[in-house]
Ligand binder design. Structure first.
Ligand code: UN1
Length: 533
């Protein structure tokens, strides 16, 4: 029987927190820090965690103090001294065990994501799958941390590169992908021989505890590592101040941060003061182009998933849609028709496509932006209203932020188009020449994801070329969101320049040593220099 055959179902009612996080509760309050097997009370107070589904409080959680963080970094540093000596394929065995457990607990994990973050269950399952995919990738990678051998210009010399572990990796994550983004970083960082300190979003701390629960269970399979495994991975719960301390800490050689551009700027600045490395995956302001030759039946499906999936709260969500003037009527009609039928409401209901926004702040941002663009002359095509889904049994949705996804027809020069609004708000702009659409695509400061729908190979190649879209992800005939883990994920400009997950993103988590080995009896100098004495 494989691990996935023995899946553990949620077996929980809406508010019941899964078994996985139960061990982390001390006198009614969830742990503010987890360090290896040790569950720690938060020494800096506590805060409440709410579910966006009904707005109800679901837990109280501790906040880690500065002292706790420093102690955790000490231990992560000590464990690193042992972990770096374990051969990478052996480290991969730990990640393989994590993969088995994530498969087994997939339903529980997905339920918790939906409960704490509000995305619909099938997307939450997709997020857990992303973690599984990441494990599988990292296990393979554990045997492929290749360095180059380079032809030396000197006789009887060999030139080569080795990749070594870096040390303690700080991970700061956002609420919208409360497990997968940590997994992108952690699964790779672990096989690369690093140890981890994770500060999750204050909006989704329970997901972080659940991830840690999996890791702790996996470590039980490796008793030989028990003397140092407690420091392999830690969680600290807290706000931006803790994130700032991680960024400023000279014992954390790499800080990987996902979130807003503002947060990323501050992390980058703080890490740079000590010349550390930062790996940033920040805001997107993603666009799609629908050309005259586009297959509209595909394009419309892609627009809808990219614009309203995760209630518009992916960093890859579609914000701007450039439609050729010859297609504008057909596209608008089709979108209006689909948007009318989208089921908005309880994300645990399998028919729902759009769950709640994370909180009131997100709704206010959407509402205010909508008012601003309408005042600037944009035309509302549909949506943008706060709604209240009907109660189901004892589930009352009054305090959840449920909104109808909005479409706005707008001119390309409206100032608000420069900003990312983290909500289902789609701007549609008509274009005449592809060059204009590409220019508008690139004129924003963010550079994460772009897509084109076309059946014309010249247009597709132009869009992907050096003169085309300037984002980190550039797609043809698929939407802006929903990337696979196998490619390098990230973007340019204000998106921060980092690359996570697949391809050779692992190199960010290692240090490169260039070795020159002389196996001859002479000492020739490079560049032909003579230095005889
Ligand atoms: C994010 O929103 O921060 O490509 C990550 C996607 C997902 C990851 C999104 N695989 O939409």
């Amino acid at each position: 029987m494989t691990a996935s055959d023995q899946k553990v179902s949620t077996g929980t009612s809406l508010y019941e927190l899964p078994e996985l996080v139960q061990p982390f509760i001390i006198e009614g309050c969830y742990a503010g820090a987890i360090q290896g097997g040790k569950i720690q009370t938060g020494e800096a107070g506590f805060f409440d965690v709410f579910t966006p589904i009904t707005g109800k409080k679901i837990a109280k959680i501790g906040i880690a103090s500065e002292d706790q963080l420093q102690h955790i970094i000490d231990q992560a540093q000590q464990s690193f001294r042992y972990w770096r000596r374990i051969p990478a394929p052996k480290r991969g065995e730990l990640v393989l065990e994590v993969a088995n457990l994530v498969r087994k607990y997939k339903d529980q994990l997905a339920h918790l994501i939906t409960l704490e973050m509000g995305k619909v269950l099938s997307e939450a399952e997709g997020e857990v799958q992303e973690w599984i995919d990441m494990c599988d990738f990292a296990v393979g990678l554990s045997r492929q941390l290749y360095g180059l051998t380079i032809a030396s210009e000197r006789p009887q010399h060999r030139l080569m590169e080795q990749w070594h572990p870096l040390g303690v990796v700080g991970v700061i994550t956002a609420f919208n992908f409360p497990m997968a983004v940590w997994a992108w970083n952690a699964m790779i960082a672990l096989v690369c021989g690093n140890t981890l300190v994770w500060k999750p979003s204050e909006k989704t701390p329970l997901c972080a505890l659940a991830c840690h629960s999996i890791l702790l269970q996996a470590l039980e399979k490796f008793p030989a590592w028990s003397s140092f495994s407690a420091g392999l991975s830690a969680v600290v719960i807290g706000d931006g101040a803790l994130g700032r301390s991680i960024a400023l800490n000279g014992r954390v050689p790499l800080v990987s941060a996902t979130g807003s551009v503002e947060m990323g700027r501050s992390v980058a600045k703080n890490v740079a003061t000590r010349l550390g490395r930062s790996l940033l995956e920040l805001g997107g302001n993603n666009a799609m182009v629908i050309t005259p030759s586009a297959d509209l039946s595909l394009a419309i499906r892609a627009v809808v998933f990219s614009a309203v999936g995760t209630s518009g709260q992916r960093c890859t969500s579609l914000r701007r849609l450039f439609v050729h003037e010859s297609q504008i009527i057909a596209v608008m009609d089709a979108l209006k028709n689909v948007y009318r039928q989208i089921k908005i409401g309880n994300p645990l209901d399998g028919n729902t496509l759009v769950g709640p926004l994370i909180d009131e702040g997100a709704w206010l941002m959407m509402h205010e932006t909508l008012q601003t663009v309408l005042q600037a002359g944009a035309e509302k095509i549909c949506g943008g209203d706060r709604i209240q889904p009907e109660s189901v049994g004892d589930l009352d949705f009054t305090h959840g932020c449920y909104v109808t996804p909005a479409i706005v027809k707008i001119e390309p020069n409206v100032t608000a188009l420069a900003d990312e609004t983290f909500a289902p708000l789609l701007y549609v702009i008509s274009y005449k020449k592809l060059e204009d659409a590409v220019r508008w695509n690139n004129q924003v400061s963010q550079g994460l994801s772009s897509a084109i729908f076309t059946n014309d190979v010249r247009e597709a190649e132009f869009f992907m070329s050096s003169c085309g879209a300037d984002t980190g992800l550039v797609n043809v005939n698929i939407g802006t969101s929903g990337a696979e883990i196998g490619g390098a994920f990230g973007g340019e400009k204000d998106t921060g320049g980092g690359r996570e997950s697949g391809s050779d993103a692992w190199k960010s988590y290692m240090r490169r040593a260039t070795n020159t080995i002389n196996y001859g009896l002479d000492l020739p100098l490079a560049q032909g220099i003579k230095f005889d004495f």
